[in-house]
Design a protein around this ligand. Structure first.
Ligand code: GFB
Length: 314
């Protein structure tokens, strides 16, 4: 079966990574079907089964998930668990129902054990409980890895899981409460500058994170289609930055560095989740990650340019 005839269904296609894949899709010879929550409610089994039977993809890139930053995870554990368990169960079961041989699912480095040695690698996923702040989300995602392995063992499918670090980029969720750290701070610094107010960063600023630009992740996901065989793969640059570093880079884009204040009444969440990308570098030795300063500049420009669009600041 050559490229031209393969149909790829991308779930969660209107999100951060989905829109990045849409942007580069014309460069790849596949036929793409981009589905968002408006096309199919993946928490509903019958609807998902009917939709998969209609589209009949050969390959599925499963991005759809109920996601959010630290504070959304801490305050919405039931939703984070139930929504993700339902979505992932339905997608994998419907993949099997229509004979999809290959599926690429997306986990996150936050689902690894909290009490562990660093850096974390793919073999350590189930070695202990995740951090309490996102345990509900983490266990739902871990169950998807178990579900993939079960299908692979019993039916010989090629269902793999990629494990990105914190993702950021254009078309993110800029919610002041539910967003991840970079989009939330991009929105907060914008408002602080407008109101000549302090730029408040939650927590102490000390925690460390690895960040991948959504466009880089999109390229690596499509490049994994012919490379992954029933396996897990951490997808992350090596560099780690403190929340203070990231807040300073964002404020610099607004020429607002001297207005940063830290509010340590807010949780810091997990101190770090340093991931080992040796396997990724082995598979893609030539891959060049977008420098974070450049990624943040593009993300701030996107936000400023789209701020007038209400969807951008919900
Ligand atoms: O991206 P984030 O929300 O989630 O980053 P995690 C949280 C870190 O940024 C914490 C600090 O150390 C926060 O104290 N921070 C400072 C802020 N200001 C802000 C702010 O205004 N908003 C937010 N959100 N953080 C998530 C998991 O963990 O990682 C998710 O909970 C997912 O499930 C995601 O896996 C990738 O990196 O802590």
């Amino acid at each position: 079966m050559n490229y031209m005839s393969k149909t790829i269904l991308v779930t969660g296609a209107s999100g951060l990574v989905g829109t990045a894949i849409r942007k580069i899709a014309p460069l790849y010879g596949y036929k793409f079907v981009f589905s968002g929550s408006k096309d199919c409610d993946l928490t509903n089994y019958e609807q998902t089964n009917a939709y998969f039977n209609k589209e009949r993809p050969d390959i599925v890139i499963h991005l759809a998930a109920c996601v959010g930053g630290l504070y959304k995870n801490m305050n919405n554990k039931v939703q984070m668990l139930e929504q993700n368990l339902l979505i992932n169960f339905n997608v994998l079961k419907c993949c099997h129902n229509i004979g999809v041989h290959q599926c690429i699912c997306v986990l996150s480095t936050c689902i690894f054990p909290d009490k562990t040695t660093y850096p974390i690698d793919e073999t350590m996923l189930h070695n202990g409980p995740p951090h309490f702040s996102n345990d509900a989300y983490a266990y739902a995602k871990r169950m998807m890895e178990i579900h993939c392995s079960a299908y692979n063992e019993q039916y010989g499918t090629n269902y793999s899981c990629i494990i990105p670090c914190n993702i950021y980029g254009p078309n993110d969720n800029y919610s002041l409460e539910d967003g991840h750290v970079i989009p939330s701070l991009i929105h907060k610094c914008y408002l602080a500058k407008q109101q000549c107010a302090p730029f408040e960063v939650r927590g102490t600023g000390a925690p460390l994170r690895q960040f991948i630009f959504a466009q880089d992740l999109a390229i690596l996901i499509l490049s994994c289609i012919d490379r992954l065989k029933r396996e897990m793969l951490i997808v992350s640059p090596s560099e780690e930055y403190s929340i203070k570093d990231v807040a300073t880079m964002i404020a610099r884009e607004y020429s607002y560095e001297d207005k940063i204040v830290f509010n340590s009444t807010y949780s810091d969440g997990q101190y770090k989740k340093t991931a080992n990308n040796a396997k990724l570098i082995e598979i893609f030795p030539e891959f060049k990650f977008t420098p974070i300063e450049e990624g943040i500049r593009e993300s701030v420009d996107y936000f400023r340019y789209n701020y007038s669009n209400p969807n951008c600041r919900k």
